[in-house]
Ligand binder design. Structure first.
Ligand SMILES: Cc1cc2nc3c(=O)[nH]c(=O)nc-3n(C[C@H](O)[C@H](O)[C@H](O)COP(=O)(O)OP(=O)(O)OC[C@H]3O[C@@H](n4cnc5c(N)ncnc54)[C@H](O)[C@@H]3O)c2cc1C
Length: 443
């Protein structure tokens, strides 16, 4: 970050004088001051910063994120299925973040909501009037013994679409399948895109059917007691699983991977203390996820699990009215997806603007989320639902059915929408289209 960039975000000569202060260790550290601080430059952070960067003026919005690349993670499923390349899924962070905002390429390590300030890994201090927290959710590949070793070994058959480090391994694993088991797992913890672990199972089954490989058993082993949270789409997915010959095992949790023997150890959640071993040729793992440490360790800001404790309607922090949250890092009891982030953006914009003007936030988020459940090379069930898992479908036809149009929507339209509209602050979910397509008779 250049000196002049930093300088121009400061408000007064006094702040300029305070720009560098001596810490206890006598090291020089930068001080910044802003109207709006956005922590995290992913789907939620980048999009909300874009809405305010020009409105509030040059460098009055500061974004902090240590990442070099901004990934469109929703594309990972298509990469795993060999339908997209990894380099289509990301852009350099500096190319997506709004130019009017100041980007600090750093990580927030401490948040002091009483002083309205955060500290970064490099030791900078940033003071804010308002803050939006958008740090996402972390992956923990270490929780399952043997998993990391398996992922790092190119011949192990172990893969995961969840990380850009391993997603390119998946398609090779699918192509090599000729016999035995292809196992797909879902862990016993909250995850982002809860549909992703089974989408890749259906894509694999479709690949095998198209290539006449009948000797492979496809197993979807999930720790959940249901195939999918929203009942309407669960009914559809049971039919897809049957048609594609995917054997679904509920209430089973992957607890160990033995890459040398190509064995996976599962614990039965319905019969405590019972474990069993399955051999695999391919093992696709959805890892355990955990809340971002900077939020989890902050008891003022987080709930007992470690997520940012915000009001499920207004997205405002329950204790600190100048703090808002968006996306995967929050306590919002909906499915953690980029589509949910889009649905939250309009509510956050309205409520943050109200707060900035000293008014009370009144806009309410209904829990809208969406999961494009890709079921093969050319088919998709477009699940859309609210907090109560009631369908909130955009199109005037039954979205519980596999459709080619929805597949192209997911594969071809959504990436354009994401990079060109959402990240520029111009997309707040399909609510407006839903109303139009249902002649105003939808929520
Ligand atoms: C395999 C897979 C498939 C998916 N499929 C879909 C799909 O089909 N449809 C869909 O809608 N969604 C899908 N998603 C989910 C979607 O990508 C996420 O829900 C979405 O990106 C969440 O946005 P976010 O802003 O909350 O977090 P993210 O986009 O993950 O961004 C978080 C950002 O915070 C930064 N950060 C973290 N900690 C700190 C810190 N301490 N200080 C500063 N910055 C920090 C990170 O570097 C990151 O840039 C999928 C995800 C995966 C992994």
């Amino acid at each position: 970050m250049s000196f002049w960039k930093t300088l121009s975000c400061l408000k007064s000569p006094c702040e300029i004088l305070n720009r560098r202060s001596l810490s206890a260790s006598t090291a020089l550290r930068d001080q910044h001051n802003c109207r709006l601080l956005v922590v995290g430059g992913g789907a939620g952070g980048c999009s909300i910063a874009a809405k305010y960067a020009s409105k509030l003026g040059k460098n009055r919005v500061i974004i902090i994120d240590p990442a070099d690349r901004h990934y469109y993670q929703a594309m990972f499923t298509m990469i795993g299925g060999g339908m997209k390349k990894l380099n289509q899924s990301y852009k350099p962070m500096e190319d997506v973040l709004p130019k009017q905002a100041l980007w600090l390429k750093d990580k927030v390590t401490e948040i002091d909501p009483k002083k309205n300030e955060v500290t970064t890994e490099k030791g900078d201090i940033v003071q804010y009037d308002y803050m939006v927290v958008a740090t996402g959710i972390e992956l923990d590949f270490t929780k399952i013994p043997g998993l990391l070793e398996g992922l790092k070994d190119h011949r192990s058959g172990v893969c995961s679409n969840y990380s850009p480090l391993y997603v390119t391994k998946t398609y090779g694993c699918i192509q090599r399948l000729d016999s035995g088991n292809a196992i797909f797992t879902y862990p016993n913890s909250p995850v982002k895109c809860a549909g992703a672990p089974q989408k890749i199972a259906y894509i694999t089954a479709d690949y095998l059917q198209r290539n006449g490989r009948r000797n492979v058993n496809v197993l979807y082993n999930t720790a959940l007691p249901v195939i999918f949270k929203a009942p309407k789409y669960a009914t559809s997915l049971w039919k897809v699983a049957e048609k594609k010959r995917v054997k679904v095992n509920l209430n089973v949790d992957l607890v160990e991977v033995r890459p040398d023997k190509k064995q996976a150890v599962f614990k039965s959640l319905s019969k405590p203390d019972e474990t069993f071993v399955q051999e695999y040729q391919m093992l696709h793992v959805c890892p355990h996820h955990c809340p971002t440490p900077v939020i989890a360790k902050n008891k003022e800001l987080s709930d007992s699990v470690g997520f940012l404790n915000i009001d499920k309607g207004t997205l405002q922090h329950i204790k600190y009215p100048n703090i808002f949250g968006i996306g995967d890092c929050t306590t919002l009891p909906t499915s953690k997806t980029g589509a949910a982030v889009a649905g939250q953006l309009g509510v956050l914009r309205r409520n943050l603007s109200a707060a900035l003007e000293g008014k009370t936030p009144t806009a309410i988020y209904d829990g809208y989320t969406s999961c494009p459940l890709v079921t093969g090379y050319g088919s998709c069930i477009m699940a859309e639902f609210d907090y109560d898992t009631n369908p909130l479908e955009t199109f005037p036809f039954d979205q519980g059915v596999e459709r080619r149009t929805m597949f192209h929507m997911k594969k071809d339209v959504m990436p354009i929408l994401y990079f060109n509209l959402m990240l520029r602050g111009l997309w707040e979910g399909p609510g407006i289209f839903r109303k139009i397509m249902h002649f105003g008779f939808s929520k």
